[in-house]
Write a protein that binds this ligand. Structure first.
Ligand code: NAD
Length: 470
């Protein structure tokens, strides 16, 4: 959280506080200014040359060493994630485990083929080879404060790049902690962490040779435009307004428990969280699924994120809590019904009760735009075609889940929705770390993240024609 009056766009302080105990200040550091970012880029370029001159085995070994260091300090890392962003401890541990797996995976990917040999049309040889861009500028959000910086850095490093990481102010402590861990395992200056806000982010876009952004749609669009205008390769992973479609033959209680998990886990602060539930069927079925949703949402364990049984802690800032509570008021004022929760609690931190709402038209702003909190809307459809049209009727296209038994109908929905990811009988949240990750329309720009394709994004391919001397 940025302190009142602190201007992280300039050269002032970046402060990060615990959302469950706002009096708990984790870090207060000066924001990097444009000059700092340019100096870091110069240093990073020197380090990158040595990194690329080193062997693939040395790069793999260094990434493996970093994975080992994170494993050794996994409990400390998870505690820091809980404290800084209020992520429930079970999920924080899972994030750290994922980060370790990502490092191991890309350590091995350092040995992946770097090109292809083709038959030459004349005597000689013809081949392609991947080469690093140089410096990767990574701009990250606060909600996966270790995993997202690492799922960008690890492929960038495996492909031979250096890294400038501009983390979100709300997760500055996690990023600086990671920076120290990296400094022990990797060459000096190869990965640099630059805390700050919009100005530091813009300066990183200015100096980087390749840019990877994750965050909101508004900022991502701006970053993509600026990078493209400067001729820099860019990818942007942004928001979602993800739907869960509940078909008539789905077990209502089971589907509702998956929706509750996907919409309320970590207080709905995942880009893949379920934001809308589209229930297919006649009146009686609509009532049955709504009752199951109310029961599942009310059963979500809200409380101290450090406690083992907690599924939902606080939201990230006071402002985020105000936005979610205002949404419940807006539902009532628009003629809709709040079926459960949606209220701020009296606790010290930024806690709310899980919110479930009904009765808004598909064009209502709450149906169209991402609230990024523990709040989910129910929508009704009489048949599958109407459900798909509702699910698809937003500007985002990140992920859809569909719940039911009939394989033919499930496959029809999979074929009909246009999101970058589809989950069948599974929560919208969570995608295996080695599978491509990304969306369509306003959810993503550029190439997918994760998996082997990430190495292509962080590389530039060149073609070599090699003819014998006359
Ligand atoms: P945000 O857009 O506010 O900030 C993201 C990052 O951009 C931060 O580091 C911020 O300091 C920086 N930034 C802000 N203005 C900038 C500018 N003008 N130029 C360059 N950098 C700038 O997002 P957030 O609130 O940190 O994260 C929440 C959002 O992230 C949600 O919309 C969520 O859906 C999205 N998200 C998407 C994914 C995905 O993979 N699709 C994953 C996680 C989060």
């Amino acid at each position: 959280m940025i302190a009142a009056g602190a201007d992280v766009g300039g050269s002032r302080l970046v402060e990060s506080r615990s959302p469950q105990a706002p009096g708990d200040l984790l870090v207060a550091v000066p924001a990097a200014d444009r000059g700092d970012v340019h100096a870091a880029a110069e240093r990073g370029r020197r380090a990158q040359r040595g990194w690329w001159d080193a062997s693939a085995g040395q790069r793999a070994g260094a990434l493996k060493q970093l994975s080992g260091a994170l494993s050794d300090r996994a409990a400390e890392a998870a505690d820091l994630v809980v404290r800084e962003v209020g992520k429930p401890v079970v999920e924080a541990r899972a994030e750290v485990a994922r980060a370790i797996s990502i490092l191991d995976y890309y350590a091995q990917q350092s040995f992946a083929p770097v090109g292809a040999v083709m038959p030459a049309s004349m005597p000689g040889r013809l081949w392609t080879e991947r080469r690093p861009h140089g410096l990767a500028g990574l701009i990250t959000p606060w909600n996966f404060p270790l995993a997202i910086p690492l799922w960008k850095s690890a492929p960038a490093l495996a492909a031979g790049n250096g890294v400038l990481l501009k983390p979100s102010p709300e997760s500055a402590a996690c990023a600086l902690w990671l920076g120290e861990l990296v400094a022990d395992a990797l060459p000096d200056g190869l990965v640099q962490v630059l805390p700050g806000g919009a100005d530091a982010g813009a300066a990183v876009v200015e100096v980087a040779d390749v840019v990877s952004f994750t965050g909101s749609a508004a900022v991502g669009r701006q970053v993509a435009i600026t990078a493209t205008q400067g001729g820099t390769s860019v990818q942007a992973e942004m928001g979602g307004q993800n739907a869960a479609i509940v078909l008539p033959d789905a077990d209502a209680a089971h589907a509702a428990s998956l929706v509750a998990q996907a919409s309320m886990g970590f207080a709905g602060q995942k880009c893949t969280a379920t934001r809308r539930v589209v229930v297919v069927g006649p009146e009686a079925r609509q009532r049955e699924v709504r009752a199951a949703l109310v029961a599942a949402v009310e059963a979500v364990a809200v409380g101290d994120p450090a406690a083992e049984g907690t599924a939902m802690g606080p939201v990230i800032t006071e402002d985020a809590r105000r936005r979610v509570a205002a949404a419940a008021t807006m539902v009532r004022e628009s003629g809709g019904q709040v079926l459960a929760g949606g209220d701020a609690t009296d606790d010290d931190g930024w806690f709310l009760t899980p919110g479930l709402a009904d009765g808004l038209g598909p064009d209502h702003i709450l149906a169209q735009e991402e609230l990024f909190g523990p709040f989910v809307l129910v929508q009704s459809a009489t048949d599958v075609a109407e459900a798909v049209a509702l699910a698809e009727g937003v500007r985002y296209g990140l992920v859809t889940s569909v719940h039911g038994r009939d394989a033919g109908q499930l496959l029809d929905v999979v074929a009909s929705v246009g999101t970058g990811m589809v989950k069948v009988n599974a929560p919208t949240t969570g995608v295996d770390f080695y599978a491509p990750f990304g969306g369509e329309r306003d959810s993503s720009y550029g190439q997918r993240e994760q998996g082997a394709v990430a190495l292509d994004f962080y590389s530039s391919s060149r073609t070599v024609t090699f003819a014998p001397h006359a």
